[in-house]
Ligand binder design. Structure first.
Ligand code: MG
Length: 250
């Protein structure tokens, strides 16, 4: 896996972009739940009350796609310290497991037709850790992540992030971009860039997770998104074999 593409020779293959968190593993792992607690604790350390912390956390997440974006804009915090205390301290190895059928799905993708990249709003160490635990790291051609070291870094669903992703993967034709994400707003962002083959991953049974809050946030549309935009919905990653049959060997 390479973090950046060696530019040069043109590659006509399409790119399949996979979101990582709550897409490559089930939201029932409660990683986002635990992460939410860690972020809440981080807000409290800034001197906020519990109510203020909850309100700001939700507002930053919905407004910026990422709580950290709001934190760096409105509070004087070190994003790398935030990453260490939040994502970096998650006991991921105890929370998610290798899934042979997911690895098989990645192995069955026809690499003569497409390249496979990950597109995440997390920082690189967390993304790489998840891919390593899932044993997918050798099946991913590249990773586009939020670079916390860059001031005002972009993230999904901002246009710049998808544009940066295409640049890194050295692909100029958005009609050759496949994309799956559990967050509908991120899908809207990709559609706005002309990414043609978008799939919204809506896992079943999430009502029980945090009272369905994860699911509810995941369904929120981006401001100005087209109401009639037809996007495929899958309830399991396996369904990609049906939705995108052209990218699989068998
Ligand atoms: Mg996700």
């Amino acid at each position: 896996m390479s973090a950046s593409h060696q530019s040069g020779s043109a590659d006509d293959r399409a790119v399949v972009w996979f979101d990582i968190d709550n897409t490559l593993y089930s939201a029932s792992s409660r990683i986002s739940h635990v992460m939410g607690h860690k972020i809440h604790a981080y807000f409290l350390k800034l001197g906020l009350t519990h109510d203020e912390a909850s309100e700001l956390h939700l507002r930053y997440y919905t407004q910026y796609g990422l709580a950290l974006r709001g934190l760096t804009r409105h509070h004087d915090i070190d994003p790398l310290d935030f990453d260490r205390q939040c994502d970096g301290s998650l006991p991921l190895e105890d929370m998610i497991q290798f899934d042979p059928s997911l690895r098989k799905l990645f192995e069955d993708i026809d690499r003569s037709k497409v390249r496979v990249w990950a597109l995440t709003n997390a920082y690189r160490p967390h993304a790489e850790r998840v891919l390593r635990i899932l044993q997918l790291d050798d099946l991913i051609d590249g990773l586009v992540y939020c670079d916390y070291r860059v001031e005002n870094f972009s993230c999904k669903p901002e246009p710049e992030f998808y544009q940066l992703a295409m640049k890194q993967a050295n692909i100029s034709d958005p009609s050759k971009c496949y994309f799956i994400d559990d967050n509908r707003g991120n899908i809207d962002g990709a559609r706005a860039q002309g990414w043609a083959k978008c799939v919204h991953f809506c896992e079943k049974g999430l009502e029980a997770v945090e009272g369905g809050r994860t699911m509810q946030i995941g369904k929120e549309r981006a401001p100005g998104a087209k109401s009639d935009d037809d996007v495929e919905i899958v309830t399991s990653i396996e369904e990609l074999r049906v939705v995108w049959p052209e990218i699989f060997k068998i």
